[in-house]
Design a protein around this ligand. Structure first.
Ligand SMILES: Nc1ncnc2c1ncn2[C@@H]1O[C@H](COP(=O)(O)OP(=O)(O)OP(=O)(O)O)[C@@H](O)[C@H]1O
Length: 283
Protein backbone atom coordinates (compact mmCIF):
# COMPACT_ATOMS: atom_id res chain seq x y z
CA UNK A 1 0.00 0.00 0.00
CA UNK A 2 1.63 3.20 -1.09
CA UNK A 3 0.57 6.61 0.05
CA UNK A 4 3.74 8.69 0.21
CA UNK A 5 4.38 10.86 -2.79
CA UNK A 6 1.10 10.13 -4.52
CA UNK A 7 -0.39 12.86 -6.60
CA UNK A 8 -2.94 14.99 -4.82
CA UNK A 9 -6.38 13.52 -5.36
CA UNK A 10 -8.53 16.00 -7.25
CA UNK A 11 -11.63 15.42 -5.19
CA UNK A 12 -13.16 12.96 -2.77
CA UNK A 13 -15.15 10.18 -4.46
CA UNK A 14 -18.63 11.64 -4.61
CA UNK A 15 -21.26 9.65 -2.81
CA UNK A 16 -23.88 12.35 -2.61
CA UNK A 17 -25.35 13.64 0.61
CA UNK A 18 -27.15 10.38 1.23
CA UNK A 19 -24.53 8.00 -0.19
CA UNK A 20 -24.73 4.23 -0.59
CA UNK A 21 -24.32 3.68 3.13
CA UNK A 22 -27.04 6.07 4.21
CA UNK A 23 -29.38 3.27 5.16
CA UNK A 24 -26.76 1.65 7.40
CA UNK A 25 -26.90 2.23 11.16
CA UNK A 26 -24.92 5.35 12.04
CA UNK A 27 -21.28 4.85 12.96
CA UNK A 28 -21.51 7.91 15.17
CA UNK A 29 -24.72 9.34 16.55
CA UNK A 30 -24.80 12.49 18.68
CA UNK A 31 -28.15 13.50 20.12
CA UNK A 32 -28.97 16.78 21.85
CA UNK A 33 -25.48 17.01 23.29
CA UNK A 34 -24.89 19.91 25.64
CA UNK A 35 -21.58 20.43 27.45
CA UNK A 36 -20.95 23.20 29.94
CA UNK A 37 -17.71 24.09 31.66
CA UNK A 38 -19.02 26.06 34.61
CA UNK A 39 -20.62 29.16 33.12
CA UNK A 40 -19.33 28.42 29.59
CA UNK A 41 -21.63 26.51 27.26
CA UNK A 42 -19.26 24.81 24.81
CA UNK A 43 -21.89 22.68 23.04
CA UNK A 44 -25.59 23.40 22.99
CA UNK A 45 -27.99 20.72 21.75
CA UNK A 46 -25.65 19.22 19.14
CA UNK A 47 -27.34 16.57 17.02
CA UNK A 48 -26.00 14.72 13.97
CA UNK A 49 -25.33 11.21 12.68
CA UNK A 50 -22.49 9.92 10.50
CA UNK A 51 -22.93 6.92 8.22
CA UNK A 52 -20.10 4.37 8.03
CA UNK A 53 -17.31 4.84 5.48
CA UNK A 54 -17.60 8.61 5.18
CA UNK A 55 -15.15 11.39 5.89
CA UNK A 56 -16.82 14.37 7.52
CA UNK A 57 -15.12 17.72 8.03
CA UNK A 58 -15.73 19.66 11.23
CA UNK A 59 -15.55 23.36 10.47
CA UNK A 60 -15.89 26.20 12.93
CA UNK A 61 -14.00 29.09 14.41
CA UNK A 62 -11.75 28.87 17.47
CA UNK A 63 -13.79 28.13 20.54
CA UNK A 64 -16.77 26.81 18.56
CA UNK A 65 -16.66 23.49 20.42
CA UNK A 66 -14.76 21.17 18.06
CA UNK A 67 -12.35 19.77 20.65
CA UNK A 68 -15.14 19.50 23.19
CA UNK A 69 -17.12 17.43 20.69
CA UNK A 70 -14.13 15.11 20.17
CA UNK A 71 -13.60 14.77 23.91
CA UNK A 72 -17.29 13.98 24.35
CA UNK A 73 -17.11 11.21 21.73
CA UNK A 74 -14.00 9.84 23.45
CA UNK A 75 -15.83 9.90 26.77
CA UNK A 76 -13.29 12.36 28.20
CA UNK A 77 -15.82 15.03 29.15
CA UNK A 78 -19.14 14.31 30.75
CA UNK A 79 -22.13 15.71 28.86
CA UNK A 80 -24.37 18.09 30.74
CA UNK A 81 -27.22 16.63 28.67
CA UNK A 82 -27.71 14.41 25.64
CA UNK A 83 -25.86 11.34 24.48
CA UNK A 84 -23.24 9.95 22.12
CA UNK A 85 -23.35 6.47 20.59
CA UNK A 86 -20.43 4.96 18.69
CA UNK A 87 -21.51 2.01 16.55
CA UNK A 88 -24.53 1.81 18.81
CA UNK A 89 -22.39 1.64 21.96
CA UNK A 90 -21.89 4.04 24.83
CA UNK A 91 -18.70 6.11 24.71
CA UNK A 92 -17.30 4.19 27.65
CA UNK A 93 -17.82 0.81 26.00
CA UNK A 94 -16.60 2.08 22.63
CA UNK A 95 -13.40 3.39 24.19
CA UNK A 96 -12.84 0.20 26.18
CA UNK A 97 -13.34 -1.89 23.06
CA UNK A 98 -11.08 0.40 21.04
CA UNK A 99 -13.62 1.05 18.29
CA UNK A 100 -13.01 4.81 18.47
CA UNK A 101 -9.56 6.34 17.98
CA UNK A 102 -8.27 9.88 18.42
CA UNK A 103 -5.52 11.76 16.61
CA UNK A 104 -4.83 14.74 18.89
CA UNK A 105 -3.79 18.26 18.07
CA UNK A 106 -0.05 18.76 17.89
CA UNK A 107 0.04 20.88 21.06
CA UNK A 108 -1.84 18.30 23.12
CA UNK A 109 1.10 15.88 23.03
CA UNK A 110 4.37 15.94 24.99
CA UNK A 111 6.72 15.15 22.13
CA UNK A 112 9.80 14.97 24.39
CA UNK A 113 8.45 11.84 26.08
CA UNK A 114 10.92 8.95 25.61
CA UNK A 115 8.66 6.79 23.46
CA UNK A 116 9.48 5.32 20.08
CA UNK A 117 7.05 5.37 17.17
CA UNK A 118 6.46 1.66 17.78
CA UNK A 119 5.69 2.33 21.47
CA UNK A 120 3.07 4.92 20.50
CA UNK A 121 1.40 2.58 18.02
CA UNK A 122 1.53 -0.27 20.56
CA UNK A 123 -0.54 1.93 22.90
CA UNK A 124 -3.42 1.13 20.57
CA UNK A 125 -3.14 -2.48 21.79
CA UNK A 126 -3.16 -1.71 25.51
CA UNK A 127 -6.83 -2.49 25.87
CA UNK A 128 -6.16 -6.01 24.58
CA UNK A 129 -3.03 -6.84 26.56
CA UNK A 130 -3.46 -9.34 29.34
CA UNK A 131 -2.60 -8.81 32.98
CA UNK A 132 1.12 -9.08 32.25
CA UNK A 133 0.81 -6.07 29.90
CA UNK A 134 3.25 -7.91 27.65
CA UNK A 135 2.50 -7.70 23.91
CA UNK A 136 2.02 -11.02 22.16
CA UNK A 137 2.72 -12.02 18.57
CA UNK A 138 -0.71 -10.80 17.41
CA UNK A 139 -0.06 -7.39 19.00
CA UNK A 140 3.31 -7.01 17.28
CA UNK A 141 1.76 -8.12 13.99
CA UNK A 142 -1.04 -5.56 14.33
CA UNK A 143 1.51 -2.81 15.05
CA UNK A 144 3.64 -3.87 12.07
CA UNK A 145 0.61 -3.84 9.79
CA UNK A 146 -0.49 -0.41 11.03
CA UNK A 147 3.01 1.04 10.60
CA UNK A 148 3.19 -0.35 7.07
CA UNK A 149 -0.23 1.06 6.28
CA UNK A 150 0.91 4.59 7.12
CA UNK A 151 4.40 3.97 5.71
CA UNK A 152 6.32 4.44 8.91
CA UNK A 153 7.70 0.91 9.21
CA UNK A 154 11.23 2.15 8.55
CA UNK A 155 11.02 4.71 11.37
CA UNK A 156 9.59 2.46 14.07
CA UNK A 157 12.55 2.87 16.46
CA UNK A 158 12.70 6.63 16.22
CA UNK A 159 11.70 8.76 19.21
CA UNK A 160 8.21 10.10 18.45
CA UNK A 161 9.30 13.74 18.78
CA UNK A 162 11.99 13.21 16.16
CA UNK A 163 9.37 12.76 13.43
CA UNK A 164 8.15 15.51 11.14
CA UNK A 165 4.69 16.99 11.75
CA UNK A 166 3.06 14.87 9.05
CA UNK A 167 4.80 11.70 10.23
CA UNK A 168 3.58 12.34 13.79
CA UNK A 169 0.01 12.51 12.54
CA UNK A 170 0.47 9.26 10.64
CA UNK A 171 1.91 7.61 13.76
CA UNK A 172 -1.26 8.47 15.68
CA UNK A 173 -3.44 7.24 12.81
CA UNK A 174 -1.43 4.00 13.04
CA UNK A 175 -2.19 3.83 16.76
CA UNK A 176 -5.89 3.97 15.88
CA UNK A 177 -5.49 1.27 13.24
CA UNK A 178 -3.57 -1.04 15.60
CA UNK A 179 -6.37 -0.56 18.08
CA UNK A 180 -8.93 -1.63 15.45
CA UNK A 181 -10.78 1.70 15.53
CA UNK A 182 -13.73 1.91 13.17
CA UNK A 183 -14.36 5.56 13.99
CA UNK A 184 -11.40 7.94 13.88
CA UNK A 185 -11.45 11.50 15.19
CA UNK A 186 -8.72 13.75 13.84
CA UNK A 187 -8.16 17.11 15.48
CA UNK A 188 -6.63 19.46 12.90
CA UNK A 189 -4.42 16.88 11.14
CA UNK A 190 -3.27 19.46 8.61
CA UNK A 191 -2.09 22.12 11.05
CA UNK A 192 1.56 22.87 10.39
CA UNK A 193 2.05 20.36 7.56
CA UNK A 194 3.03 21.28 4.01
CA UNK A 195 0.80 20.72 0.97
CA UNK A 196 2.52 17.53 -0.10
CA UNK A 197 2.15 16.01 3.36
CA UNK A 198 -1.45 17.16 3.46
CA UNK A 199 -2.05 15.30 0.19
CA UNK A 200 -0.40 12.17 1.61
CA UNK A 201 -2.58 12.25 4.72
CA UNK A 202 -5.68 12.98 2.62
CA UNK A 203 -5.00 9.98 0.41
CA UNK A 204 -4.48 7.78 3.47
CA UNK A 205 -7.75 8.93 5.06
CA UNK A 206 -9.66 8.37 1.82
CA UNK A 207 -8.25 4.84 1.66
CA UNK A 208 -9.30 4.16 5.23
CA UNK A 209 -12.80 5.43 4.46
CA UNK A 210 -12.81 3.08 1.47
CA UNK A 211 -12.29 0.25 3.98
CA UNK A 212 -15.49 1.34 5.73
CA UNK A 213 -13.97 3.43 8.53
CA UNK A 214 -15.70 6.62 9.54
CA UNK A 215 -13.73 9.80 10.06
CA UNK A 216 -14.54 13.13 11.67
CA UNK A 217 -11.82 15.65 10.88
CA UNK A 218 -11.59 19.17 12.25
CA UNK A 219 -9.88 21.48 9.82
CA UNK A 220 -9.34 25.14 9.09
CA UNK A 221 -8.21 24.31 5.56
CA UNK A 222 -11.38 25.18 3.67
CA UNK A 223 -9.69 25.06 0.28
CA UNK A 224 -9.14 21.32 0.61
CA UNK A 225 -12.46 20.49 2.21
CA UNK A 226 -14.02 18.93 -0.86
CA UNK A 227 -10.88 16.94 -1.64
CA UNK A 228 -10.94 15.25 1.73
CA UNK A 229 -14.55 15.12 2.77
CA UNK A 230 -17.85 13.62 1.68
CA UNK A 231 -19.73 15.94 4.04
CA UNK A 232 -19.01 18.71 6.48
CA UNK A 233 -20.47 19.91 9.75
CA UNK A 234 -20.52 23.62 10.36
CA UNK A 235 -20.36 24.17 14.09
CA UNK A 236 -20.81 27.17 16.36
CA UNK A 237 -21.70 25.58 19.71
CA UNK A 238 -24.55 23.96 17.80
CA UNK A 239 -24.61 22.37 14.35
CA UNK A 240 -25.48 25.09 11.85
CA UNK A 241 -25.31 22.85 8.80
CA UNK A 242 -24.56 19.22 7.87
CA UNK A 243 -24.14 19.10 4.11
CA UNK A 244 -21.72 18.37 1.25
CA UNK A 245 -18.61 20.59 1.30
CA UNK A 246 -19.78 22.80 -1.58
CA UNK A 247 -22.89 23.72 0.36
CA UNK A 248 -21.00 24.37 3.59
CA UNK A 249 -18.53 26.57 1.71
CA UNK A 250 -21.23 28.90 0.44
CA UNK A 251 -20.29 32.39 1.67
CA UNK A 252 -23.56 32.92 3.49
CA UNK A 253 -23.08 29.68 5.42
CA UNK A 254 -19.48 30.45 6.35
CA UNK A 255 -20.56 33.90 7.46
CA UNK A 256 -23.02 32.28 9.88
CA UNK A 257 -20.23 30.24 11.44
CA UNK A 258 -17.44 32.80 11.44
CA UNK A 259 -19.47 35.92 12.04
CA UNK A 260 -17.64 37.81 9.31
CA UNK A 261 -17.75 37.90 5.54
CA UNK A 262 -15.36 35.17 4.41
CA UNK A 263 -16.73 35.04 0.89
CA UNK A 264 -13.18 34.61 -0.43
CA UNK A 265 -13.35 31.12 1.03
CA UNK A 266 -14.67 29.56 -2.16
CA UNK A 267 -12.26 26.84 -3.26
CA UNK A 268 -11.28 28.64 -6.47
CA UNK A 269 -10.17 31.75 -4.62
CA UNK A 270 -9.14 30.40 -1.27
CA UNK A 271 -5.36 30.34 -1.70
CA UNK A 272 -4.55 33.60 -0.01
CA UNK A 273 -0.99 34.84 -0.67
CA UNK A 274 -0.09 34.30 2.98
CA UNK A 275 -1.09 30.65 2.69
CA UNK A 276 -3.50 31.12 5.59
CA UNK A 277 -7.03 29.89 5.05
CA UNK A 278 -9.85 32.39 5.40
CA UNK A 279 -10.87 30.64 8.58
CA UNK A 280 -7.42 31.29 10.00
CA UNK A 281 -7.59 34.88 8.85
CA UNK A 282 -10.97 35.13 10.51
CA UNK A 283 -9.64 34.13 13.94
N1 LIG B 1 -11.63 22.91 30.45
C1 LIG B 1 -12.31 24.00 30.13
N2 LIG B 1 -12.79 24.82 31.09
C2 LIG B 1 -13.52 25.93 30.77
N3 LIG B 1 -13.83 26.28 29.51
C3 LIG B 1 -13.38 25.50 28.51
C4 LIG B 1 -12.61 24.32 28.75
N4 LIG B 1 -12.31 23.75 27.56
C5 LIG B 1 -12.86 24.53 26.62
N5 LIG B 1 -13.50 25.58 27.17
C6 LIG B 1 -14.26 26.61 26.46
O1 LIG B 1 -15.26 25.96 25.72
C7 LIG B 1 -15.42 26.59 24.44
C8 LIG B 1 -15.15 25.57 23.34
O2 LIG B 1 -13.78 25.19 23.39
P1 LIG B 1 -13.16 24.09 22.41
O3 LIG B 1 -11.74 23.88 22.83
O4 LIG B 1 -14.06 22.93 22.39
O5 LIG B 1 -13.24 24.84 21.00
P2 LIG B 1 -12.49 24.51 19.62
O6 LIG B 1 -13.50 24.74 18.54
O7 LIG B 1 -11.85 23.19 19.69
O8 LIG B 1 -11.39 25.65 19.57
P3 LIG B 1 -9.97 25.66 18.74
O9 LIG B 1 -10.31 25.77 17.29
O10 LIG B 1 -9.31 26.89 19.28
O11 LIG B 1 -9.21 24.39 19.12
C9 LIG B 1 -14.46 27.76 24.44
O12 LIG B 1 -15.18 28.90 24.86
C10 LIG B 1 -13.42 27.38 25.49
O13 LIG B 1 -12.84 28.54 26.07
Amino acid sequence: MTTTGRARPTTAPRRGPAGPTASAAPALEVTDLTVRYGAVTALDGVTFALAPGRVTGLVGMNGSGKSTLFKSVMGLVRPTAGQVRVLGQSTELARRRGVVGYVPQQEDVDWSFPLSVRDVVMMGRYGRLGLTRRPRRADHDAVDAALERVELGHLDDRQIGALSGGQRKRAFVARGLAQGAQVLLLDEPFAGVDKRTEATITTLLRELAGDGRTMLVSTHDLASLDVLCDDALLIQRRILLHAPPAEVLRPENLARAFGVDVSDARPATVSAPSGASPAEVAR
